[in-house]
Design a protein around this ligand. Structure first.
Ligand SMILES: [Fe+2]
Length: 229
């Protein structure tokens, strides 16, 4: 298992998980995933860890995942990687925020992602995987045996599909893609609630009963055998 150092910060009234991720606990560079709210707390945490935030990665642009992007970007100079089709939600943020939340500040992202990219940031090799269904441009970031998967898959649950652009069949295909690509030991750091693994969700998640019946188990051992390593 990797020595990847992942710190979770549950922020804002919707209890969204932002993550600071680095190669290991000694690394001085990190990326931050989905800074959803409480920018001062996130910046303070980075300072206490002694890390410079090299990039801001967004899984999707629902307001609870992006509310702190602008202030964190301004304070750190870190470029923002935003799902391409969801850019309008970040560049005109308050048009999409339900009453009672915010105010949040818009931001023009420096980079867009659509899935299929490999990013080299803070010493990490990060694969960007297209995982739509909860939202139309949703991506998952994969690095060193871990998935930063936003609102795709939760401990015992899945992302809601009743918001604009949501679709259950699409989300189920996205989850199937993750289950068939990564070993069951892969750690899932979701956008809400606790950390889990792909194998645990495959075996126990009540929303995946149909997938369970047709998706073969992928273990690290069989993965290694398949690649001859
Ligand atoms: Fe969401």
């Amino acid at each position: 298992m990797s020595a990847l150092d992942v710190r979770a910060f549950t922020v804002g009234p919707v209890q969204e998980n932002a993550y600071i991720v680095r190669v290991d606990s000694q690394a001085r560079q990190a990326v931050i995933i989905d800074p959803g709210e409480e920018p001062e707390r996130l910046l303070q945490a980075a300072q206490e860890l002694g890390v410079q935030l090299e990039a801001i990665l967004l899984t999707h642009c629902h307001f609870d995942h992006i509310g702190a992007v602008a202030p964190v970007a301004r304070a750190t100079g870190a470029p923002v990687y935003c799902p391409e089709v969801e850019q309008p939600l970040l560049t005109d943020i308050m048009s999409w925020v339900p009453p009672g939340f915010g105010p949040f500040e818009s931001h023009q992202p420096e980079h867009t992602v659509a899935g299929g990219e490999r990013l080299r940031l803070a010493g990490l090799d990060i694969d960007v995987i297209s995982t739509p269904g909860h939202s139309p441009g949703h991506v998952t970031y994969a690095a060193s045996g871990a998935l930063l998967s936003g609102d795709v898959l939760f401990q015992g649950s899945v992302g809601r599909v009743d918001l604009p652009g949501g679709d259950w069949a699409t989300l189920e295909r996205s989850i199937e893609g993750l289950l068939t690509t990564f070993p069951e030991e892969t750690v899932v750091y979701p956008g809400h609630m606790g950390v889990t693994t792909l194998g645990r969700e495959r075996d126990t998640n009540p929303f995946l009963s149909e997938l369970r019946a047709r998706v073969p188990r992928v273990s690290a051992a069989s993965d290694a055998a398949a690649t001859g390593s």
